[in-house]
Design a protein around this ligand. Structure first.
Ligand code: WT7
Length: 618
């Protein structure tokens, strides 16, 4: 797979940048020497019996202390006045939410989902679910009906919080196929029943009203969860098969907290903005839990991206730490540095990025726009928290993801023929600096996923010889900085979101004209990659721009934001001997790369057979 494109000399620079505030616990080198997860455990509360609850550590710890009247979350909304909750209020409102969930019969271990925009109800559901000892699972609001229903089913979700429109459009038609789904709460109805919540749902207001009535602050108790009880379920995508439900446990908060402090530099008094949607893991670990545990004020905006609005928020809210993604930074860059300079950000101290390769140009652009280099971080749904980072105070190497989090061991492992780490007689080979291989982590950090839900085989395959295998290709340099090379598999990264090709292919296969599909990530200057589908038509159907448009609309209707943006017709898709479409070859052709070893390809045809019609959705 090709190394990310880098222009100019940005990559060869090293940016020395003194942090505006000294790090809370010494510099990187000394942290790395002295840090242990056992010591960090003493920074949290828990109880004498050894219980630990994620929501208690994130919120209640501050709800009665010196931060009680500090604003925990400020909710910005283009269409409504700004509202706020202090730590004390957030502590109490999430108690009430937990009480409401318990009244509805939600028990420890039950699955609770949100399908919501950034709204108070979302944050209360996250914290209330955890306080009730249940398992919280976010869903991305831009998902179409198929990914939503699939995840509700796979997660055995018992309660969903959403709005009326999302419910009636995405869930109601398939409700009968979701036997585990007992309750749906809708946030936009004043009351249940006539003219209120849609049939089969309950008004959030009613459920919370009941919780309010039953709530007694004197007797309310957060569920006594053990550190290794399940707390969070995050669906992620692999190359084949169904979405994978990565299970995280309550002690993950330890990693959320430590990394929010070490890598994001968060501390009380900060105003922090994370632009990730709470429907994905970043929006949970670093949009909610980690920052709250550090006692900061979170700013959250319900509106979609708008460069001018974003610069205004950074300025007017006096944001001190900004965590965003390369796609968003590229969109800000596109708006021009002049727009940034119309604003001023004297409070801004640290700008951080995650989710996809960060162009060295974007790192350097940060210097022009904010006077700060952008600090890249790397992690995954499975790792639950940041694993590699350009730490505040450490020289930034543009193009590098940084160095391992203290307490985390990273290695690059020699690849086998399939691109993944090679295991010979149960052992792997650790490569030295400069050599490209699969990026691996030594298990032991608290936010490591503990299972793929209902899929122990897949979980076991994620490990070899005592290492967790990330599926990413990387190299290290002589100073231990980690450099991203590409994915070792076929998953697609579009605007920072991981998309499983199989899920997209399966949805398109349901169209009557489609015989077979292969889906790839096509490089895109803004989103990093977009989804492109190569389609073989059934007999009796002819390629045409109209049919391509129809397929794009079909995909969008079913899949929502993860649908293909481009379709190419190809009556001779390349296959492996075992009959699988060779996405790798499709991608190599798309990129104009050498086709490599084609020994496992059965139908290898020239590119002229394809692209008789290519239609783009944008
Ligand atoms: C994959 C994980 C990042 C947490 C939320 C998304 C890619 C992540 C970087 C980076 C290049 C990156 C990797 C990784 N990725 N960070 N800084 N540079 N690539 O988690 O959806 O599980 O995606 O995102 O390919 O494996 P995810």
């Amino acid at each position: 797979m090709a190394e990310m494109a880098v222009q100019g000399s940005a990559r060869d620079r090293q940016i020395e940048h003194a942090p505006a505030l000294p790090p809370l616990v010494g510099d990187y080198e000394s942290r790395r020497r002295t840090f242990s997860w056992e010591v960090a455990r003493s920074w949290l509360q828990g109880d004498e019996a050894g219980h630990l609850n994620l929501a208690h550590e994130a919120v209640d710890r501050h709800a009665s202390g010196p931060l009680a009247d500090t604003v925990a979350i400020r909710f910005l909304d283009r269409a409504a006045p700004t509202t706020e909750l202090t730590y004390r209020q957030l502590g109490e409102r999430s108690d009430v939410t937990a009480t409401a969930l318990r009244l509805l019969g939600i028990r420890p271990g039950d699955g609770v989902c949100t399908l919501l925009p950034r709204s108070p109800e979302l944050y209360l559901t996250v914290l209330g679910t955890l306080k009730a000892g249940a398992v919280y699972c976010p869903l991305f609001p831009a998902f179409g009906p198929e990914p939503v229903v699939e995840r509700l089913r796979l997660g055995h979700i018992r309660l969903l919080v959403t709005d009326s429109l999302s419910y009636t459009r995405k869930v109601a038609p398939q409700r009968a196929s979701l036997p585990d789904l007992e309750h749906v709460l809708v946030t936009d109805a004043d009351q249940s029943g006539e003219d209120g919540a849609p049939e089969g749902t309950t008004a959030w207001a009613d459920a919370l009203g009941a919780g309010e009535t039953a709530y007694d602050p004197g007797t309310f108790a957060v569920a006594p969860t053990r550190p290794d009880d399940p707390a969070l379920l995050h669906f992620t995508s692999g190359t084949t098969g169904k979405p994978k439900g990565a299970v995280h446990v309550h002690e993950a908060i330890l990693a959320h907290h430590v990394t929010a402090e070490f890598a994001l530099d968060l501390r009380p008094g900060d105003v922090y903005w994370c632009t990730a949607d709470p429907g994905w893991v970043t929006g949970t670990s670093y949009g909610i839990l980690g920052p709250l545990s550090c006692g900061v004020t979170i700013v959250t905006d319900a509106a979609d991206f708008d460069a001018r609005r974003w610069f205004r928020i950074l300025q007017d809210e006096r944001v001190t730490v900004f965590y965003t993604a390369p796609t968003a930074l590229r969109m800000l860059m596109r708006a021009g540095v002049g727009l940034a300079r119309e604003h001023s950000f004297p409070q801004l101290r640290h700008v951080v990025s995650v989710g996809e390769p960060l162009n060295p140009e974007a790192v350097v652009w940060g210097l022009e726009a904010f006077g700060l280099p952008v600090h890249d971080t790397w992690w995954q749904t499975e790792t639950g928290a940041i694993m590699v980072s350009n730490f505040p105070g450490m020289p930034v190497r543009p193009g590098s993801m940084g160095r391992p989090v203290p307490g985390v061991d990273v290695a690059v492992l020699r690849q086998g023929a399939d691109g993944r780490a090679e295991v010979v007689d149960g052992t792997v080979r650790v490569l030295g600096p400069g050599e490209v291989g699969e990026l691996a982590l030594r298990p032991g950090w608290p936010s490591m996923f503990r299972a793929y839900l209902d899929d122990p085989d897949r979980y076991a395959k994620a490990f070899a010889d005592g290492w967790y295998l990330s599926g990413d290709l990387a190299r290290t340099d002589a100073d231990g900085y980690v450099w991203f090379i590409g994915r070792a598999d076929d998953v697609i990264k579009s605007a920072g979101h991981l998309i499983g090709p199989f899920e997209v292919e399966s949805a398109l296969m349901e169209h009557p004209a489609v015989a077979e599909v292969g889906v790839i990530g096509k490089p895109d200057p803004l989103a990093g990659e977009i989804v492109k589908a190569f389609v073989t038509l059934k007999v009796g159907h002819e390629p045409s721009p109209a049919l391509a448009r129809e397929l794009i609309a079909f995909g969008r209707h079913r899949l929502g934001s993860v649908a293909p943006r481009e379709i190419a017709f190809d009556q001779a898709l390349p296959h492996t001997r075992s009959g699988k479409v060779m996405r790798r070859l499709l991608r190599a052709r798309e990129l104009g790369l050498p086709e490599g070893d084609l020994s496992t390809v059965e139908t290898s045809v020239s590119t002229s057979a394809s692209t008789s019609a290519t239609t783009s959705a944008s």
